[in-house]
Design a protein around this ligand. Structure first.
Ligand code: CP
Ligand code: NVA
Length: 305
């Protein structure tokens, strides 16, 4: 049966570790510029209903360097769910391409795409989650710290799609994950429940960022208004003022705490320029690792491991 990657917890804990290990191997092959063409004669369809820099570039570059051809489809090309039904797009693309990755608004659409496609589907962000990002994040933390055990990861900001993926990861790997967010911008209750019910991780929701980051190994943030919510930014700013990751907040974390951001960042809003540029910031290795981890996810789903 074909496998999809719609939620990070679609993978078992062993599979998560397998993908992370594979990402390390593929990263090394890329570093050495080794010829590595497992996707020769294969194609990847990349459907984007929203803008992207990292996701588009990393998927296209990774797949191409692994010997395949990636077809970029911009928001106007397909107009998935508008010009054509999701289930029709799924079956048409499955006749041309070996893999599909899609960045969509509605989470229901990516689920429908996966249900009707006969080839593996990768979720490249929806309004609900961003599983490729979180896989790259833990790969980056493991690379920086050498392990994933006993680390306190504190996310400061909007309880958004990034947080939902962290919570779902916490249902698969033991984490200490804290989400410090304004009371009106909490993660979805059902997802929090799913993570708590797994009984594996220590999970806390806080509304006090300064207290939350005490003893943090990682301080993570994301934009206050996600794609599709940009018009809400002025109103949101009033709720998020205390949630800016700045030097004062970083000083309350462990002295060796790392700073992470999925990017793109709005400097001066959720994070200050000095934190982005500080030695604690690993945002660029984090961005690079999107490509290596996604390469591993594609190899895994295509059964090429
Ligand atoms: N982090 C991330 O997904 O970046 P893009 O929106 O630029 O793809
Ligand atoms: N939460 C952000 C993440 C961007 C990668 C958004 O959805 O816009």
């Amino acid at each position: 049966m074909k496998r999809d990657f719609i939620h990070v917890d679609d993978l078992t804990p062993d599979e998560i570790h397998q993908v992370l290990g594979l990402a390390g191997e593929v990263k090394e092959k890329f570093r050495r510029r080794e010829a590595f063409h497992p996707f020769a004669n294969r194609t990847l369809a990349m459907i984007f209903a929203k803008p992207s820099a990292r996701t588009r570039i990393s998927f296209e570059t990774g797949f191409t360097r692994m010997g395949g051809h990636a077809v970029y489809l911009n928001p106007q090309d397909i107009e998935i769910g508008k010009r054509e039904a999701v289930k029709d797009v799924a079956r048409v693309i499955s006749r041309y391409n070996d893999l599909i990755m899609a960045r969509l608004f509605a989470h229901g659409h990516i689920r429908e795409l996966a249900a009707y496609a006969t080839v593996p589907v990768i979720n490249a962000l929806t309004d609900y989650n961003h599983p490729c990002q979180i896989m790259a994040d833990i790969f980056t933390i493991q690379e920086a710290r050498g392990h994933l055990e006993n680390l306190k990861i504190v996310y400061v900001g909007d309880g958004n799609n990034i947080v939902h993926s962290w919570l779902r990861l916490a249902a698969r790997l033991p984490l200490h994950f804290v989400c410090a967010c304004p009371a009106a911008y909490q993660p979805e209750a059902a997802t929090l429940q799913l993570a708590l019910a797994a009984g594996l991780s220590r999970i806390e929701i806080s509304h006090d960022p300064l207290a939350a980051v005490q003893n943090a190994d990682v301080v993570y943030t994301d934009v206050w208004a996600s794609m599709g919510q940009k018009h809400e930014l002025q109103e949101r700013r009033q709720h998020f003022d205390a949630f800016q990751v700045n030097a004062r907040l970083m000083a309350a974390a462990r002295p060796d705490a790392l700073f992470m951001h999925c990017l793109p960042a709005q400097r001066g809003l959720e994070v200050t320029d000095d934190v982005m540029e500080s030695p604690a910031s690993i945002v660029f290795p984090q961005a690079e690792n999107r490509m290596h981890v996604q390469n591993a996810i594609m190899l895994f789903l295509a059964g090429l491991v």
